[in-house]
Write a protein that binds this ligand. Structure first.
Ligand SMILES: Cc1cc2nc3c(=O)[nH]c(=O)nc-3n(C[C@H](O)[C@H](O)[C@H](O)COP(=O)(O)OP(=O)(O)OC[C@H]3O[C@@H](n4cnc5c(N)ncnc54)[C@H](O)[C@@H]3O)c2cc1C
Length: 612
């Protein structure tokens, strides 16, 4: 059996603090790879120039609902479409750290551009880089690197979004045996209306244990393949400059040499590309949050009410401080995750999910606070704040909806790595049937891990040490809570999402604190403590607030009141579902009002029946 790659976060659920995975915090890119740091500086300077000259104009992109072709061409000229493509295929072959830094700059300048680049570099081209063979890479990557065409990534369908393993698009062998015939629909596909290379996914019949079963396979498709059609684009709340299309495959013939990876192994291709995408999305959200905080500060100093600038009031300062501390933590997580990906020898799937959730929630809170600070100007045009809020919202939905990612983190933490035991891999495929194995495995790990590496022993400045002590205690608490959850709920835990969600929240808080402590410790060692007063304060505030959130989740898991809250939630939700909504009457006077129009799940039906 091969040894699974280590994962700091997964081990935390067992009470194991594998600090060698986080300490020492990685040096800055300028130290690790000066040449690459120069490339990043050049790319960001080119981007800034496009903003300065007005080529990038976010307000215009938002209103016209597309990004001008001239911008895409300028991006191609500067190499901004070649970021993740290996140098042997004409790309810049940036490391994860460098790509995250450039992507963060692009997304924070304009979120729609971030989506365009993220889909092109981080998902579509990335799928070819990860899973393509030499012939496919040689054929497609150079053109994508030069920006002659864009790449797209087409997984989501009207019927299946989060449950992506169960896509319904089908691929059957062609009658002449030279390829595959695809039938199905994909919707909301970024760059889909103009992409020349699309990584897509369809269920293919494969033989498994003497039976024919359906498993996703990844394919490269092109719009000039017969049977491919773009069925319009969608209008949206935010990121309006980016374009998402509905793609139709009607007997779309895909030759065998366009299968990406192995037949039946497409879900892994899809997930690996998404894992890589989560780092860049988090980097974009983090850089975006920092830029918004800059504007928050400027605005708060400039706007005077009640005889003083808004910045002079404590409530404004509370928000400023929390935003700064959370941005510092998010930044620390992005840096650690990127370096871990570059090291190549750790499993960061859980960390990537955590960081994506943390940073996307942060940019949402930050843009909401910005709107609040700006008052009416936050809500109306031409101020950009309402657009920033609209743009921020999607990050909590795509590349793995945050609720799903929390379940992913929690369930993986409970179940342990699938690679460890074959039986666990089976359990993950069919968790309910195989629950006993899962339960025994997880409990065993918890028991064996106690007393092993339960200390955060890395040398640490005295101020940070206090918070490291809490990390140790809380890690033991997480392990205890995990074990309690398993023994209390047994196979029911798969249905007890509120329990799993709290465990995931606790683990995320711990991971964020560990990484933040590691970064600050490194800075202290590099610059001396006097030069790190700001960073120490940010770390302390983050650790204190994070500790409170951790304890709140722990308290709900361990106390009767937590159980009671969950029971009441279930009871009320059952009633709401039975009655089709809120039916307890009006506190003032019951007067019937017309119900909201019922909306169909499909856009076509909505347009037909509701007249949108
Ligand atoms: C602007 C935009 C761009 C996009 N770009 C692309 C793209 O380029 N390529 C692509 O393939 N896809 C793309 N998507 C699709 C996106 O990834 C999906 O919207 C996302 O995966 C969620 O799927 P869904 O919308 O069908 O929501 P659903 O799967 O219907 O989920 C809706 C909500 O229910 C919750 N939920 C679902 N299952 C559970 C559960 N088991 N337990 C608890 N809660 C649950 C989720 O948290 C979610 O918030 C894009 C979407 C948008 C809106």
């Amino acid at each position: 059996m091969s040894t699974p790659a280590p994962s700091f976060l997964r081990d935390l659920f067992t009470g194991d603090i594998n600090e060698s995975l986080l300490f020492p915090y990685p040096a800055s890119l300028a130290v690790r790879n000066p040449a690459e740091a120069d490339t990043v500086r050049r790319l960001v300077a080119a981007l800034n120039e496009m903003v300065r000259t007005g080529l990038i104009d976010s307000r215009r992109f938002d209103e016209q609902e597309f990004i001008d072709e001239a911008v895409i061409q300028a991006f191609a000229r500067e190499g901004l479409l070649a970021l993740t493509i290996p140098t042997e295929y004409g790309g810049l072959g940036l490391s994860a750290s460098a790509y995250a830094r450039v992507f963060g700059a692009v997304a924070s300048v304009d979120a729609s551009l971030g989506v365009l680049i993220g889909v092109h570099c981080g998902l579509g081209s990335k799928a070819v880089v990860i899973a393509g063979n030499d012939a496919q890479k040689s054929r497609y990557l150079p053109g994508l690197a030069r920006g002659e065409t864009l790449a797209a990534y087409a997984l989501t369908e009207p019927e299946t979004g989060s449950d992506a393993q169960n896509i319904v698009t089908r691929a059957e062998r062609s009658a002449d045996g030279t390829g595959w015939v695809l039938n199905g629909r994909k919707h909301w596909i970024g760059n889909g209306q103009r992409a020349g290379v699309i990584a897509t996914f369809a269920q293919t019949p494969i033989e498994r244990d003497g039976q024919t079963v359906l498993r996703p396979t990844a394919f490269i498709i092109r719009p000039d393949m017969p049977g491919f059609r773009v069925d319009g684009t969608v209008r949206k709340l935010g990121i309006r400059g980016s374009t998402q299309a509905e793609l139709v495959y009607e007997n779309l013939f895909v030759p065998d040499d366009h299968v990406l990876g192995e037949v039946g192994k497409g879900f892994r291709v899809a997930v690996n590309a998404l894992n890589a995408g989560r780092l860049s999305l988090a980097a974009g959200c983090t850089q975006g949050s920092k830029r918004i905080l800059d504007e928050y500060t400027r605005y708060a100093e400039a706007r005077t009410q009640f005889g003083g600038p808004l910045a002079s009031f404590e409530i404004t300062q509370r928000k400023m401080a929390s935003m700064a501390a959370d941005a510092y933590a998010a930044d620390s997580m992005v840096g650690a995750l990127a370096a871990a990906i570059d090291s190549g020898d750790v499993d960061v799937a859980l960390e990537a999910a955590c960081v994506k959730v943390f940073a996307s929630e942060l940019v949402w809170r930050t843009s909401d606070d910005m709107v609040q600070l700006a008052g009416g100007r936050g809500f109306v045009k031409p101020w950009p704040y309402e657009r920033w809020l609209r743009d921020a919202r999607i990050n909590r939905i795509f590349e793995g909806a945050n609720d799903i990612l929390k379940l992913f983190v929690g369930l993986n933490g409970i179940q342990g790595p699938a690679e460890d035991l074959k039986e666990i891999a089976g359990a993950l495929r069919n968790p309910i049937q195989n629950w006993v194995l899962v339960s025994g495995y997880a409990a065993g790990r918890v028991a064996s891990a106690f007393g092993k590496r339960d200390r955060l022993a890395a040398p640490m400045h005295a101020t940070l040490r206090t918070h490291a002590d809490y990390v140790e205690r809380h890690t033991a608490e997480l392990a205890k809570a995990t074990q309690e959850a398993i023994t209390t709920h047994k196979k029911e835990i798969l249905q007890r999402q509120l329990v799993v969600e709290r465990l995931a929240d606790m683990a995320t808080e711990l991971y964020a604190r560990c990484v933040t402590l590691a970064r600050t410790q490194r800075l202290i060692e590099e610059r001396g403590v006097d030069a790190c007063v700001r960073e120490i304060a940010l770390t302390e505030l983050f650790c204190l607030q994070s500790g409170r959130r951790f304890r709140a989740a722990r308290e709900e898991l361990s106390s009767e009141s937590g159980e009671k809250i969950d029971a009441l939630r279930r009871q009320i939700a059952t009633r709401v579902r039975t009655e089709g909504g809120y039916r307890s009457g009006d506190a003032l006077l019951d007067v019937p009002v017309p119900p909201l129009a019922g909306f169909s799940l499909t856009r076509q039906e909505q347009e037909r029946h509701v007249g949108l």
